[in-house]
Write a protein that binds this ligand. Structure first.
Ligand code: CA
Length: 646
């Protein structure tokens, strides 16, 4: 009888009763509750007493155990996280990170254990799984096939999401490449365009309660890139792994990890307003650099012939014009795009690089990532796809003074591609090369992990403004949405502040740009990347007012701090960024009506500041603006226009 009772006592709490453990943010406003009930593990989030995330699933399925059901609560441990760190190439140069950590150990039906770790800061949550070695004879490695982790938002939440593309579609079968459109304020139940869910980051408007931004970080060669599934009423959005068809079907869509080993972090940023979304550094807070920089990498600006002059500009004479343009503007870099090996040739590229350096400009060169993942024909190909090829190529680049590469057309989000990204970055570091990726995945904490990583495209970018007028019309919407979403989680190579009035080489033909000049200038402050593309053209030197040229010449690209001032995704945005001691306020308006706002600018309280506004012709005019003692200033932004205060 005693034995039976003891067994019953032992089994009952484990099998029947809900067990839960709560962890709260250092300021006490956010509470995360992890529960196990009926063998299912969940977490829920409350902010200021309001439910922001309903009980959402936890767990994963691996070949060493199914941690999605039949789970029991084993133990929980709480600890504090305090980190003070500096970084470069992001929205902030110093972060003081404080959080509370909860490690919950769960066991499956066979008593295999897994730890779920929650790091909870004032407005950020990061969680991940650690697979443990189970017994002496158990495997020391695991394949993770799927994840149950989900995000179930309260009813009435609307979404700002970009669909996951099908694999091997689009131009030369180069998708997926995170180049689908974001759709604003869409009901949760709406099906994704391709039925494949949505890419990170994902922004949610939880009615009057606030906002949530969902992403992942710390995805390296050690894991696959994930995305979100379509919505279901029961579980919300669930973590989804790459599609089998990515990389032309080559390679596994699952993730392989050593045991003990961890998954990447899934992150949720939560706020009553959009401020924590714009200002979050959670992509970096839970990571450490993976290697030391081989030299001090320089931020800056680059000119780029390809955006408007296209493939025809890949010749020696045109590239000289863009080097001269960079030199005239005091820009540090010039990017030579695809086909340079065939159309200019390696010997002439060496000569061009020497010419550039004589003007104080350094070249960056375009490469295909391929390989065998898609049919993109542009050369050079197969120079970045193996370590043997990279060593040869990068040594040559270093010998002729090339300082950066742009690598394009990646195969997808499978772990093998994440390995390729990391290998390119670490090899490039040995040869002092900074790296920009295009036709690629979202960088997930890479600015912090890889000291020579600059930025990724991973956005429906400026090239589309060239390709079609519809995208030119959409540019203000895109650039007022990304500060709250894509660019809030990672640097973004939008590919250009465009100053031509017509999107053509002669600046007379084809469609017009739909934005004002101050909009474009301000976009250089809104879009965050440490090497900004200023896609002005040689003719702009003669055409633009001196006030615009002077502003662009002095455009900073690195930031000590970033602050949200006002905005609504896809409608308008006002942000503040500080470079050294100088604050810059930039505003963009994507709406059809002029927007008059009273801004709170404590950094300018009682000061008279420079004020760039659009004139009737869409050119910039430099005025001054008095900010009152309380730090308030009234401004008006024209439709598709911008403002800058400094
Ligand atoms: Ca692209």
């Amino acid at each position: 009888m005693m034995r039976k009772l003891a067994l019953l006592l032992l089994l009952c709490p484990l099998m029947m009763m809900a067990e839960s453990k709560q962890v709260q943010s250092p300021d006490g406003r956010m509470k995360v509750k992890v529960s196990v009930e009926g063998g299912i593990a969940t977490y829920a989030v409350v902010y200021d007493g309001e439910e922001m995330l309903c009980p959402s699933r936890l767990g994963l399925q691996s070949n060493i155990g199914d941690f999605t059901k039949g789970l029991t609560f084993v133990s929980a441990k709480e600890s504090k996280v305090e980190k003070h760190y500096d970084m470069t190439r992001t929205k902030a140069s110093h972060v003081d990170f404080m959080a509370n950590q909860l490690d919950v150990t769960l066991a499956d039906a066979k008593n295999h254990q897994i730890i779920v770790t929650f790091v909870v800061a004032n407005n950020d949550i990061a969680f991940r799984y650690t697979l443990l070695r189970q017994e002496e004879d158990n495997p020391k490695c695991a394949v993770v096939m799927s994840e149950a982790s989900s995000f179930l938002f309260p009813e009435g939440t609307t979404t700002f999401l970009s669909p996951q593309s099908l694999p091997m579609v689009g131009w030369m079968q180069t998708k997926p490449s995170y180049e689908e459109e974001y759709h604003a304020d869409v009901p949760m139940a709406t099906k994704s365009q391709q039925g494949q869910g949505y890419v990170f980051p994902a922004l949610f408007h939880i009615g009057d309660k606030g906002w949530a931004l969902v992403c992942e970080t710390g995805v390296t060669s050690a894991y696959a890139g994930c995305h979100l599934s379509d919505y279901t009423e029961e579980t919300g959005y669930t973590i989804a792994y790459p599609q089998e068809g990515e990389n032309n079907g080559n390679g596994t869509a699952t993730a392989g990890i050593p045991v003990p080993g961890t998954t990447p972090w899934r992150t949720i940023t939560i706020g009553k307003t959009l401020q924590p979304i714009v200002e979050t550094t959670i992509s970096y807070d839970v990571l450490e650099p993976l290697y030391e920089p081989s030299k001090q990498y320089q931020p800056g600006r680059y000119t780029w012939s390809w955006l408007i002059w296209q493939d025809e500009s890949i010749n020696y004479a045109d590239q000289v014009q863009f080097i001269d343009l960079a030199a005239a503007m005091g820009f540090e870099y010039c990017l030579v795009d695809n086909w340079w090996d065939e159309r200019i040739g390696r010997d002439k590229i060496a000569e061009l690089s020497k010419y550039a350096q004589s003007k104080g400009v350094h070249l960056m060169l375009w490469y295909s990532s391929n390989g065998y993942e898609n049919n993109a024909p542009q050369t050079p190909r197969q120079c970045m796809s193996t370590s043997i090829a990279r060593e040869k190529e990068m040594r040559w680049m270093q010998s002729i003074g090339v300082v950066g590469i742009k690598v394009d057309f990646f195969g997808g989000d499978k772990q093998q591609t994440m390995q390729l990204y990391e290998d390119i970055l670490s090899d490039a570091n040995r040869y002092g090369l900074q790296v920009i990726f295009h036709g690629c995945t979202l960088p997930r904490g890479w600015e912090r992990l890889y000291p020579n990583f600059v930025a990724s495209e991973a956005v429906l970018a400026s090239e589309n403004v060239f390709f079609n007028e519809e995208s030119a019309f959409r540019e203000p919407y895109d650039l007022t949405l990304h500060p709250f979403c894509r660019n809030a989680t990672a640097t973004m190579d939008w590919g250009g502040i465009i100053m031509n009035r017509h999107i053509s080489r002669d600046n007379k033909s084809r469609h017009t740009r739909k934005t004002t000049d101050v909009f474009e200038m301000a976009s250089g402050l809104i879009m965050q990347t440490s090497i900004q593309c200023v896609a002005m053209q040689p003719n702009n030197l003669q055409e633009l007012p001196q006030v615009e040229l002077d502003f662009l010449k002095a455009l900073p690209t690195t930031w000590e701090e970033t602050r949200y001032i006002d905005g609504y995704p896809g409608k308008f945005v006002v942000m503040a960024r500080r470079h050294n001691d100088q604050w810059y306020i930039a505003g963009l308006n994507a709406e059809k009506e002029a927007k008059t706002l009273t801004l709170n600018l404590p950094m300018f309280a009682g000061k008279t500041v420079n004020y760039y506004v659009d004139n009737a012709e869409g050119y910039a005019e430099l005025k001054t603006l008095k900010v009152d003692k309380k730090g308030q200033a009234k401004i008006t932004i024209k439709p598709n226009g911008g403002i800058i205060l400094k």
